[in-house]
Design a protein around this ligand. Structure first.
Ligand code: NCD
Length: 315
């Protein structure tokens, strides 16, 4: 029996996923997909409890973690409106986390501050899964995005992956780029307005891995050469100047017209929610994978992660 590298571990950054670990996650995610498609659920996490501790808005991440836990036979404490909790009385994050660590076996946390998941992990006696720490990271989204690309292309090497939009504040980008740059022959195209460029420390990190990275402002020229077009929302909540946000929010718009330039095999991804950066006329295009594939894969990959973090002998 191989050692399960995720058992009892916190999931804080996508830098924790090695290529070998990703193989495990992909194979368990496929197993989960087949369980859901064939029988709907299993009881491998019967008796286990997950706390979903969300200090920032969420639809998909929150609900897919809960669906994942339920389909694994476990149960959950759903905490979405943290304004109704003792936080409004002034309780700090550490005390809140210590509390839920007493009631549950794993804590899935979303919080507006970079590094908050790491802080919680230091305070908690149970594993913390980072479901978004401000403009920091979103490692479980990266996992579902990676799985979506792998299920379509069966590889990352050789692909031309174009990331579009708010690369400065988009935590899904920060996490996904660290994952795909593990593969040396990937080509990464970063498309953003100058003031929303990828943070330089992340760019430095991936350049050190010697993958090909190109930064640009224009989208139309690169679409025809891309295998993946990963679109993101301009992150309004991270702006202090709302006039600037208004100017930038529709800097790029994916239209059926633009996609005429793309290959037949290209996929268009988006972590969602979208607020106008992909026209709804694109939704029925077979290349659009943001509705069905990414969302279903979010549940399968989170089932995989929960089962690995909570079960020693999963492998
Ligand atoms: C993303 C997030 O919260 O970072 N949403 C998600 O989890 N699917 C992207 C976003 O909010 O733009």
């Amino acid at each position: 029996m191989n050692k399960n590298p995720f058992f009892g571990r916190d999931i804080l950054s996508s830098e924790q996923y090695s290529k070998e670990n990703l193989e495990i996650l992909v194979s368990v995610s496929r197993e989960m997909k087949s369980i859901v498609e064939n029988v709907g659920s299993t009881d491998i996490l019967k008796g286990k409890v997950m706390t979903a501790l969300f200090y920032e808005p969420s639809s998909r991440t929150f609900a897919s973690f809960i669906a994942a836990m339920q389909r694994l036979g476990g149960s959950f404490i759903p905490l979405q409106g943290m304004t109704y909790s003792s936080v409004t009385k002034g309780e700090n994050l550490e005390d809140t986390v210590r509390t839920f660590a007493c009631y549950s076996d794993v804590i899935v946390q979303r919080h507006p501050e970079v590094g908050s998941a790491k802080r919680s992990a230091a305070a908690s006696t149970v594993p913390i899964i980072n479901a978004g720490d401000g403009v920091g990271e979103h490692p479980t989204q990266a996992l579902l995005d990676y799985f979506t690309i792998i299920e379509r292309f069966r590889k990352i090497d050789g692909l031309s992956i174009t990331m579009v939009g708010d690369l400065l504040n988009g935590r899904t980008i920060h996490s996904l780029i660290k994952l795909v740059s593990l593969y040396k022959s990937v080509k990464i195209n970063l498309v953003s307005p100058d003031i929303l460029k990828l943070p330089s420390e992340i760019l430095k990190k991936i350049k050190k891995r010697r993958v090909k990275v190109n930064e640009m402002d224009r989208l139309d020229g690169i679409v025809a050469k891309s295998d993946v077009v990963y679109v993101t929302r301009v992150q309004k909540e991270r702006f202090t100047d709302l006039n600037l946000y208004e100017k930038l929010k529709h800097y790029y718009i994916i239209t059926p017209q633009l996609l005429k330039k793309a290959k037949k095999t290209t996929i268009v991804m988006h972590p969602l929610p979208r607020v106008g950066e992909i026209e709804s006329a694109v939704d029925d295009d077979p290349r659009a994978v943001y509705i069905k594939d990414q969302m279903r894969n979010g549940m399968y990959t989170r089932m995989a992660l929960l089962s690995l973090v909570l079960q020693k002998n999963k492998f």
